[in-house]
Structure formats: structure tokens, C-alpha cells
Design a protein around this ligand. Structure first.
Ligand code: DOR
Ligand code: ZN
Length: 422
């Protein structure tokens, strides 16, 4: 398949330029003869960005396919302009051995509409970590969350960091201090109060200090508090990175009225939200990732619901709406959702719109307005915390490995499973 985007505004982290973009097979190329089998797309007034790389999703296979399947999750992804997802290891069984990693590869093979990778779980499994190959990163749960991957032993963290340093693999931490969570659970009942910012600050500060000692690559998942922003800002270097999630940018703790907005780490105060926006702007934050964590309406609607909210399909429209509101620039999105996740997780040849790179692209209409509604939701969970929001700025075409998978807000008619294991 050959594509030409005519007269489109290409946006990368370092600027924008109106030009034609040629796609031949999987790649962006300098130029080709406009023969007969070329599809010409008029990009006048529209923007072409690197396809979104969402480095933190939970697509629930194996073990919880009633919440999400790889087909539904990856459909949701491409509908939202996402071309690559990196999936978390808190499956059943957890992805903590090479055997389980291989089993997950076999399970997902040939079933994905977007590209994908599988993070590996780090707990006491040191021998497995030594032999690990083919994961973008190792995930460590410093505080308990969904699944049973908790590691609350500093000596185990140190060993994991050392192994990953030798293997040049980033460690991703879920940074919430488990002792404090357990203590506060005796005293408080409200989720956002039990898991306060001090839980996050203690764990983030411990992880950053350990990284300073070992020298490994460290990525702080779902950073949510102003204290964490300050720690990362003060210790920033190319081996220390962090992500923020849309739910921590678009909601505050006051809005959590029931289980639907319960997640770990929880929603925070307005001053934390403001600090995250500031930190995205000044480069302290490297990536936006969704922590797409679908649970069914039935599961979320009862007392003591599981933590987690879906998000993979609306992160780009939410951020485009924020660009329209003047809060960020499109160049910031190209960095936060494209070039930085590609750099941190070693996805070479992706994350930038340039000749020679793989054609993972998203075409954006900044003037299109739509309301998020249940019937837009492709995720199997069937709901979104953003229902009812009017958003201006939507992806209108998603290209994965040179193939059009979404067009005009609809999945492509001949939608094919072009996603590759990265
Ligand atoms: O809210 C959350 N949900 N936080 C996590 O760390 C896990 C996730 C899930 O898997 O549901
Ligand atoms: Zn997660």
C-alpha cells in the first residue's frame, strides 16, 4: 500500500512543517512515483503526528478476558490514535517467568490491531530476570495493587535494579509505600485518604535514591503528586523518567463519588493536578500513559470495587482538547506521546514522523468536536470515566505499520490485525 498525505502539517517534538508525506509499505519514504495504486489523502488544515505510544495498559490476557480481550483493547487503541501499547504483567498467571512471557506472546500473536510489547514482572524471580529477553521494561509494584506482584523488600528492589542495570533495561515502579497504606487503612475508610501523597512520596523517593546508587534506568509510573514532581525535577537525568495519566490530569479527589473513579494511585488535590500540568510543560514529565485498567460496570458498581479506570481510547482527544484550550502545544504531545516513550522503552524506528521511520501515524483534526459517549467505547468494559465530556480535537486516521486501521472515527472497513510484537 502506498499513501501520500498532501499538504499536511507534520508535527514532531522539535517543531512543525507543512509538507507532503509519502508512505510506502511500512515506512515513511522521501518520495516515489505517484503510480496507480497510490492513495492520496488531502491533509490541508490537518496535523500528522507520531502514532501514540501508550506505555502502560492492562489488556487483561491471560486471566481476565471478561474485562478486556486483546482484540477489544487494541481496537480501542487504534480508534484513539494509539499505534503501540506496552502491556503490564499483572495477569493470571503473572508474567514473571520466561515461560509465562512466551505463553502470552503465543496467546496474543495475530490478534492485535496495534503494535505491542509486554513488560515483565519483577518480584523475587531473580533467575528469571537474569534470563529475561524481549521485554521493554521490568515492572515492580512497591505497593499492593490489582494482582499479587507486590515486592516490599528493599533488598529485593536493590537486586532487581542491579540485574536491570546490567541488562540495560528500565525498571518501572508503581511507587506507593505499602507499610503506610496498611497503617492508614486501619484509620481511614476513604480510598483517596488511605493512599495519600505521603505514600507516593516515600516510595518515589526510595526508588530515586536507589537508582542514584545503582545507576540503572528508572521510570516512575503514574506520577500523581506535587512532591513526586519535585523529587523527579531535582534528580532529572536521561536515566530517570516518569509518566502521568489522563485521569490524574482531568479529575480531582473531590470528584470521586463512587467506585468508578477509584484507582491506584488515587485522584489527588487541585494543587497536585496543577503541578503535573506544569511538569509536562517544563519537561520534568516524559510521557503520558493511560494505565488503561478496565473493570466491568458490575465490578465497579458494588462496595469495595477493584481499582482502575479505562483510558486508552480517549487520551489523545483529551490532550488535543487541552491543546485547543491553550494548555500545551501539539509539539508537547509529539514528545509526551511519541518520541519520549519510544526512546525510554527502546522502540527504535518509531515515535517520530520522519523519512526512514516506520509509518505509525495519527492524522488529527483540531476543529472536530465530539462528546465522549458510551457508544464510542470499544473497550470491552463498555464505559469511560470521560463520558459526557465535549472534546475539540480528534484523531481522524490511524496508520499502523503503513496500514490504515481507523478512518473518520470508525475502524477501517477491512480492519486487519497488523500489530507486531516489538
Ligand atoms: O488502579 C489500578 N489498576 N492500579 C494498578 O496498579 C493496577 C490496575 C489494574 O490492573 O486494575
Ligand atoms: Zn497499571
Amino acid at each position: 500500500m502506498k499513501l501520500i498525505f498532501k499538504n499536511v502539517t507534520v508535527v514532531n517534538s522539535d517543531g512543525r512543517e507543512v509538507r507532503d508525506v509519502f508512505v510506502d509499505g511500512e515506512k515513511i519514504v522521501a518520495i516515489f512515483d505517484e503510480g496507480e495504486d497510490v492513495r492520496v489523502i488531502d491533509g490541508t488544515g490537518q496535523f500528522l503526528l507520531p502514532g501514540v505510544i501508550d506505555a502502560h495498559v492492562h489488556f487483561r490476557e491471560p486471566g481476565a478476558s471478561h474485562k478486556e480481550t486483546w482484540e477489544t483493547g487494541s481496537k480501542a487503541a487504534v480508534l484513539g490514535g494509539v499505534t503501540t501499547v506496552l502491556d503490564m504483567p499483572n495477569n493470571n498467571p503473572a508474567i514473571t517467568t520466561m515461560e509465562h512471557l512466551q505463553g502470552k506472546r503465543d496467546l496474543v500473536k495475530g490478534r492485535s490491531y496495534c503494535n505491542y510489547g509486554f513488560h515483565f514482572g519483577g518480584s523475587g524471580n531473580f533467575a528469571a530476570l537474569e534470563e529475561l529477553e524481549g521485554s521493554p521494561a521490568v515492572k515492580v509494584y512497591m505497593g499492593a495493587s490489582t494482582g499479587d506482584l507486590l515486592v516490599d523488600e528493599p533488598t529485593a528492589w536493590e537486586k532487581i535494579f542491579e540485574i536491570c542495570e546490567r541488562k540495560n533495561l528500565p525498571v518501572i515502579v508503581h511507587a506507593e509505600n505499602d507499610d503506610r497504606i496498611r497503617e492508614r487503612a486501619k484509620e481511614f475508610t476513604v480510598h483517596t485518604e488511605i493512599r495519600d501523597c505521603e505514600c507516593a512520596r516515600i516510595a518515589t523517593s526510595a526508588a530515586v535514591a536507589l537508582r542514584e546508587k545503582i545507576g540503572n534506568k528508572l521510570h516512575i509510573a503514574h506520577m500523581s503528586c506535587k512532591e513526586e514532581v519535585e523529587i523527579v525535577r531535582a534528580n532529572k537525568n536521561e536515566n530517570l523518567s516518569c509518566e502521568v495519566c489522563p485521569h490524574h490530569l482531568f479529575f480531582t479527589a473531590d470528584e470521586m463519588k463512587d467506585g468508578f473513579l477509584k484507582m491506584n494511585p488515587p485522584l489527588r488535590a487541585q494543587e497536585d493536578v496543577d503541578a503535573l500540568w506544569e511538569a509536562m510543560k517544563d519537561g520534568t514529565v516524559n510521557c503520558i500513559a493511560t494505565d488503561h485498567a478496565p473493570h466491568t460496570v458490575e465490578e465497579k458498581g458494588v462496595a469495595g470495587p477493584p481499582s482502575g479506570v479505562p483510558g486508552v481510547e480517549f487520551s489523545l482527544p483529551l490532550m488535543l482538547d487541552a491543546v485547543n484550550a491553550g494548555r500545551l502545544e501539539l509539539e508537547d504531545l509529539a514528545r509526551l506521546m511519541g518520541s519520549e516513550p519510544a526512546r525510554i522503552f527502546g522502540l527504535s524506528g518509531r515515535g517520530v514522523v520522519r523519512e526512514g521511520m516506520v509509518a505509525d501515524l495519527v492524522l488529527v483534526d483540531m476543529d472536530l468536536s465530539r462528546v465522549v459517549s458510551k457508544d464510542l467505547v470499544q473497550s470491552k468494559c463498555g464505559w469511560s470515566p470521560y463520558e459526557g465530556r465535549h472534546l475539540k480535537g480528534w484523531p481522524v486516521m490511524t496508520i499502523v505499520n503503513g496500514e490504515v486501521v481507523m478512518e473518520g472515527g470508525e475502524l477501517a472497513e477491512d480492519l486487519t490485525k497488523v500489530g507486531k510484537l516489538l
